[in-house]
Design a protein around this ligand. Structure first.
Ligand code: C5P
Length: 299
């Protein structure tokens, strides 16, 4: 057995987020297209006598909102996998966070997915992909996607993922917000009368398969953008700044508050980030996509 394993997992965005009427279990049926982008959390798992989690920031990420008790989703992932395999003892997790917290980028889900892979390798459990995906789905709707990465269609409440053809090398400018937004609050605002549709996003899937950046830019759609802007009217200028920029398209990430601007290529992404920084969005980050799901980087 090795002493520690480090696994890297990416942030996700939803190129399309179609939301249907709330189900009896409180979740909403989704038709979504996920894409993994090049912002990462690294989770290092060590065998230990006690359970613990430590979180450090990479760059300007504010980690003060991440719980360090047993409610931490990465710890819950470790406990569940170790219990299922009757592994004695506990583990210590170190999370290096490059994904903005509570930003609609599924950073917590990335941590959970990375932890499942790290604990599996640390204790040589050889869990099947099916088992990891099953535990992932129980932890959160977008944890299975964080295992898989790339570009994938999501259905059910988001936990059922299937790869879709993606011929592009995409470049995003990511505009995080200093303040987070609660996912349940955004879904509740949606329930108060916003329109939504779970129809298949044909134009978007065609643009992805063709690697057509202009087509992708005009097909981006998120049914949670209206509700998120209702809860956070202060985000409207971010939306407007992207619309008025040279971006090919504008998108709210998941339930927000992070916004995304699509660039034509790497060079345009750097210029677009500078343009948006000039418009006052100092934290603009550049990220390529699609990237791999949770993968071992050190052991
Ligand atoms: O699955 P997850 O724990 O990430 O979901 C967090 C919350 O987001 C849920 O408790 C629910 O309020 C909302 N949600 C939803 N419909 C989905 C996914 C999440 O209403 N498909």
């Amino acid at each position: 057995m090795t002493d520690s394993v480090t696994v890297r997992a990416p942030a996700k965005i939803n190129l399309h987020l179609g939301v249907g009427p709330v189900r009896a279990d409180g979740y909403h049926p989704l038709t979504t297209v996920y894409q993994a982008i090049g912002l990462y959390d690294d989770v290092t798992a060590h065998a230990s006598a006690d359970w613990s989690v430590e979180v450090t920031a990479v760059g300007s990420v504010d980690v003060s909102g991440v719980p360090l008790d047993e409610s931490n989703i990465a710890l819950r992932a470790a406990v569940q996998l170790m219990e299922r395999h009757a592994v004695p003892g506990a583990c210590r997790l170190e999370i290096a966070k490059g994904i903005p917290v509570a930003g609609g980028l599924a950073g917590g889900s990335a941590d959970a997915a990375a932890t499942l892979v790290a604990v599996d390798r640390l204790f040589d459990l050889r869990a099947s992909d099916e088992e990891l995906v099953e535990i992932a789905a129980g932890l959160g709707s977008d944890v299975p996607f964080a295992l898989v990465g790339g570009t994938a269609a999501g259905s059910g409440r988001g936990e059922l993922v299937a790869r879709v053809p993606d011929a592009g090398s995409w470049w995003w400018v990511v505009l995080p917000s200093a303040e987070g937004l609660s996912t349940p609050a955004v879904y509740h605002a949606f329930d108060d009368g916003f329109p939504g549709s779970t129809a298949r996003p044909e134009a978007l899937l065609t643009a992805l398969a063709a690697g057509d950046a202009d087509g992708l830019g005009s097909a981006l759609e998120n049914d949670l953008e209206g509700p998120a802007l209702l809860l956070r009217p202060d985000l409207r200028p971010v939306h407007d700044a992207i619309r008025d920029s040279s971006a090919l398209g504008e998108l709210l990430s998941g339930s927000g508050p992070t916004f995304l601007a699509l660039a034509r290529d790497a060079r345009h992404a750097r210029a677009l980030a500078a343009e948006l920084r000039g418009a006052g969005h100092r934290d603009a980050l550049v990220a390529p996509a699609p990237v791999a799901g949770a993968h071992v980087v050190e052991y």
